[in-house]
Write a protein that binds this ligand. Structure first.
Ligand code: GRF
Length: 191
């Protein structure tokens, strides 16, 4: 699992019953984030490959990839991971990402302020498989969240995260049980 921040999605996976798998490594692109503390408290290995320690993006990306490969994951989950990965990642593993908007609306790193600025009445959360193009992969799950009249980005994000936690746990559970099949842009869920 790759993280950059508070790690509430990580916590949801760590707390989930019957996940059908376990979190073997939590990797971060920066030191000192709360997600790393959560991993350590749960006895999960951590790896910090700090973007700031590398001269160029590809050297950083390759170093993180080597570290993740050593953990031999079957799935890589991105949750609040704020860097774009090179194509070597999608060639190596299936990856799931959680995004705080109803893709394809509001892709990118500013989904919540972008939705508020646009004046939408409804936004939501999306869990999708990762492809090379950012926030463009086949969608596993989505759920709408209303935008309230005087919403702030912080308040809306808190409500979105509640939904993200549930969708991400469900998606990882389904993936681990082999119940998700990607067919072009479509993700079929086997019963
Ligand atoms: C989530 O809302 C994720 O979609 C976004 O960053 C947030 C990460 O939250 N890109 P956390 O680190 O899992 O608490």
């Amino acid at each position: 699992m790759l993280v950059s921040g508070s790690g509430t999605n990580l916590q949801a996976l760590l707390d989930a019953d019957d996940l059908g798998g376990e979190v073997v490594l939590v990797g971060a692109d920066r030191h000192g984030v709360r997600a790393l503390e959560r991993a350590m408290s749960a006895g999960v290995d951590t790896a910090v490959v700090a973007f700031a320690d590398y001269d160029d993006r590809d050297a950083w990306d390759a170093a993180l990839h080597v570290r993740v490969a050593a953990a031999e994951p079957d799935l890589v989950v991105l949750a609040g991971f704020m860097r774009i990965l090179a194509s070597r990642w999608v060639r190596s593993w299936p990856l799931l990402n959680t995004h705080p908007a109803l893709l394809p609306a509001f892709p990118g790193a500013h989904a919540i302020p972008d939705a508020l600025d646009h004046g939408v009445k409804v936004t939501g959360a999306t869990v999708h498989y990762v492809v090379e193009e950012v926030d463009a992969g086949p969608i596993v799950a989505q759920e709408a969240v209303p935008v309230l009249p005087d919403d702030t980005a912080e308040a809306l994000h808190e409500r979105l995260k509640m939904v993200e936690h549930r969708l991400l746990v469900d998606a990882v559970r389904l993936h681990c049980r082999g119940r998700l099949a990607v067919d072009g842009r479509h993700v079929r869920i086997a019963s």
